[in-house]
Design a protein. Structure first.
Length: 93
């Protein structure tokens, strides 16, 4: 899971595990100085994503949480649609 901040400014992105612990993975951008707080409806969004994705080998599902509501963004069926390299600690290529 990842969160994006200030998409049209000082763009930052953090990658989290299912327990909302920030990982060392970077996706082409610097991490935020302060990680985003755990979304209130994370458990429901995770449950919905697992149900929707169960019949696919890969599926990225974009959800947004705003004003105490969950919004659906889009589905991406091909991981190659993302042209951003994934980096972890020790890998700065």
């Amino acid at each position: 899971m990842y969160s994006t901040k200030r998409r049209f400014g000082a763009h930052r992105r953090d990658v989290f595990d299912e327990n909302w612990q920030r990982t060392d993975i970077r996706m082409g951008l610097q991490n935020s100085p302060v990680p985003m707080a755990k979304p209130k409806h994370l458990s429901l969004m995770t449950s919905l994503a697992k149900r929707i994705a169960k019949d696919f080998s890969y599926l990225r599902i974009d959800f947004y949480e705003a004003n105490d509501k969950i919004y659906f963004g889009e589905l991406t069926f091909d991981p190659r649609r993302r042209a951003v390299p994934y980096l972890s600690r020790g890998n700065t290529a």
